[in-house]
Ligand binder design. Structure first.
Ligand code: HEC
Length: 155
């Protein structure tokens, strides 16, 4: 009797734990999805700014796109809670584990990109079409990709 009661208690405890694990995995997957969607949106923003340079989008749209990037980048650290990288979500996330062992460097890459994005926003607000043409590529190469090269892997 005693043994089976213990067994039942143990089984119940394990079931609760399994449930919690599943919930955590689901939450983690939601974090990964949200962060990838946010990153993709910044990619679209870069295209919109470039289109303004080409005369295919108006300045208002380009300013909104550049402003979206400048307000989103400072929130990037929040998009990367521990336990949501390639180790936990292989094939789903491309966030390398080094992010969490080199957190300060990761933050540095975010700040570097944010500073460059602020500069681009000012140029777009001033109606600088040449900057709208060349700026997105420069921001991508000298900002976004600085972080991606160290901390993102293809999935
Ligand atoms: C501080 C680091 C960092 C900065 C800055 C950064 N990214 Fe990312 N980005 C990542 C990481 C890490 C991933 C992989 C996320 C994942 O798959 O979980 C990623 C993924 C992406 C993806 C792929 C999303 C997908 O659907 O898989 C795009 C597109 C992207 N970033 C665009 C940008 C753009 C545009 C900028 C600059 C305006 C930028 N990123 C700045 C770290 C960064």
């Amino acid at each position: 009797m005693r043994i089976s009661a213990t067994c039942i208690a143990l089984a119940a405890a394990l079931a609760v734990l399994a449930g919690a694990g599943a919930a955590r995995a689901q939450d983690g997957m939601a974090v990964v999805k949200h962060r990838q969607d946010t990153m993709k949106r910044m990619g679209e923003d870069l295209k919109t700014i470039h289109q303004y340079g080409q005369g295919k989008a108006d300045q208002k749209k380009a300013v909104a796109a550049a402003a979206d990037i400048t307000t989103t980048l400072p929130k990037v650290p929040e998009l990367f809670p521990k336990g949501t990288g390639t180790a936990e979500f292989p094939g789903k996330s491309g966030a390398k584990p080094a992010i969490w062992t080199e957190w300060d460097k990761f933050l540095g890459d975010e700040k570097n990109t944010a500073a460059k994005a602020d500069g681009l926003l000012a140029q777009i607000k001033a109606g600088d079409k040449a900057a709208a043409l060349s700026g997105p590529g420069k921001l991508w190469n000298n900002g976004c990709q600085g972080c991606h090269k160290s901390y993102r892997q293809k999935i």
